[in-house]
Design a binder for this molecule. Structure first.
Ligand SMILES: NC(=O)c1ccc[n+]([C@@H]2O[C@H](COP(=O)([O-])OP(=O)(O)OC[C@H]3O[C@@H](n4cnc5c(N)ncnc54)[C@H](O)[C@@H]3O)[C@@H](O)[C@H]2O)c1
Length: 434
């Protein structure tokens, strides 16, 4: 199959490279000259484990190409995937669909007969209808289909998730679209990944329902963690005790500083807007959003309280980890932003280190001393705070830390350490929910 992928971000580039690896011929298009220049020069503009080798291998095999020029990419293509951003619209939290609609307008006059336009971006119910209308307006006589194929990959494990998904969801309103998408995903269905076929609107809503449910699980265990602290229980025991129930499942039951990233915050908000527009309120999701918003900043207060509360001017804190989770350079809506802000508001000076996220962090977090490594960040600080669960923070040299920190205080917002181990080294240890 010949595939065009519009957008070479976290989703477009991974999907394009994986489709090429399945044996399809893929051209990835982006408007961002610097991204395309980098890709043409063999560089990967984002950090995603394994992506550089996958891209290089498929470019070499002649199955994967990059261009800025949609007109060059589209002739003869069987399917065009839209994988552009759908951030929160400023002011009202609705999904900003301007990139999706712009892509539809740009492709409309260039689409070949029989093409299937597939929306892979996360978009509210009814977006496929509008994409269809936009294309039909410019090309009234064209035979084409519009389908939805939401993406469920996780940054940091994106290639594995794409190649071994729990399921592939396709939303189609006609048989031709189903046939083309089934053919594109045949390498996966041959390996027994289920292909779930439904209406286009059903697929659009499935993506939001999935993310809202996962966000709810995180919000739930975070609140249970707070209760554990009050009643003297260990949230890890409670999470295990409930997670082994197969109706609940043990994943997404790790308490922490709140969910962030490019998906959950904006997708929960957009789902609320859809609920409001259709007069079908989603009270549970509303509570999850409110609870998570408060949690991020409350984690900053947790650090301040561990330092003794009150005026903290003159204090320094080493923040270890800035990205919203490990194995990505993505800083979008990272809890670290709120944690650092809360510390700075209390007059605390922040030194920070992240293995991959520092370049992105510099664009969104100001007045921080960025360090070359965790120990440089801790040198002369009053406390160390683990915000992101990078592997490199799982085995810190506690003796060395003790020599560097002014006071041996470790605030572990990801529960990476055993209390006894840390306390044995003479540290005060503050974790989450225990
Ligand atoms: N990041 C994730 O983990 C993830 C997972 C599942 C779904 N999603 C969804 O996938 C979509 C894309 O997310 P992302 O994180 O890859 O976004 P991103 O911002 O990393 O990438 C989007 C890319 O699209 C390009 N673009 C925008 N308009 C264009 C146009 N008209 N023509 C060509 N290129 C254009 C941008 O330059 C950018 O490179 C979003 O809807 C997101 O919600 C993301």
């Amino acid at each position: 199959m010949r595939i065009v992928m519009i957008g070479t971000g976290y989703v477009g580039l991974v999907s394009g490279a994986c489709f090429a690896d399945f044996g399809h011929e893929v051209v990835c298009v982006d408007k961002d000259q610097s991204k395309i220049d980098a890709l043409l020069a063999g560089e990967i503009p984002i950090f995603e484990p394994g992506l550089d080798e996958l891209v290089a291998k498929n470019v070499e095999a002649g199955r994967l190409a990059f261009t800025l020029d949609l007109a060059e990419a589209l002739p003869g293509t069987d399917a065009v995937f839209i994988a552009v951003g759908t951030p929160s619209r400023r002011g009202d939290g609705h999904a900003d669909l301007s990139y999706v609609y712009a892509a539809a307008e740009e492709m409309a006059p260039l689409l070949p007969k029989g093409v299937v336009v597939v929306d892979k971006s996360t978009v509210p119910v009814g977006t496929g209808d509008e994409v269809e209308r936009i294309i039909r307006e410019t090309a009234p006589d064209l035979e084409f289909s519009v389908a939805s194929n939401p993406e469920f990959l996780r940054e940091g494990a994106a290639i594995d998730d794409f190649k071994r998904p729990d399921r592939v969801v396709i939303g189609v309103n006609d048989e031709h679209a189903e046939t083309v998408l089934a053919e594109i995903y045949r390498p996966l269905t041959r390996n027994e990944s289920p292909l779930v076929v439904m209406s286009r609107r059903g697929a659009e809503l499935t993506k939001y329902a999935a993310n809202a449910f996962l966000a709810t699980k995180i919000g739930f265990i975070n609140e249970i963690a707070d209760l554990c602290e009050k009643v003297g229980a260990d949230v890890r025991d409670v999470a295990k005790g409930i997670g082994l129930d197969s109706r609940i499942g043990n994943r997404f039951l790790m308490p922490g500083p709140g969910y962030g990233g490019s998906c959950f915050p904006k997708d929960t908000l957009a789902l609320l807007k859809t609920g409001q527009d259709y007069e079908s309120p989603l009270r549970i999701v509303e509570s999850v959003v409110a609870s998570n918003d408060q949690r991020k900043r409350s984690m900053g207060r947790k650090v301040i309280n561990a330092l003794g509360g009150g005026d903290q001017h003159g204090r320094t804190v080493a923040v270890l980890g800035l990205t919203f989770k490990a194995n990505t350079d993505d800083m979008r809506d990272s809890p670290a932003i709120s944690v650092v802000q809360a510390l700075q508001d209390a007059g605390i000076r922040v030194k920070a280190y992240d293995p991959e996220g520092m370049e992105q962090a510099k664009k969104v977090i100001d007045k921080v001393t960025y360090c070359e490594g965790p120990y440089e960040a801790m040198d002369g600080a009053d406390a160390a705070v683990i915000v992101t669960e990078w592997d490199t923070f799982r085995a810190l040299d506690l003796e060395r830390m003790k020599g560097l920190l002014k006071t041996p205080l470790l605030v572990d917002l990801r529960n990476l350490y055993s209390r006894t181990d840390v306390e044995r080294h003479g540290f005060e240890y503050v974790a989450v929910g225990r």
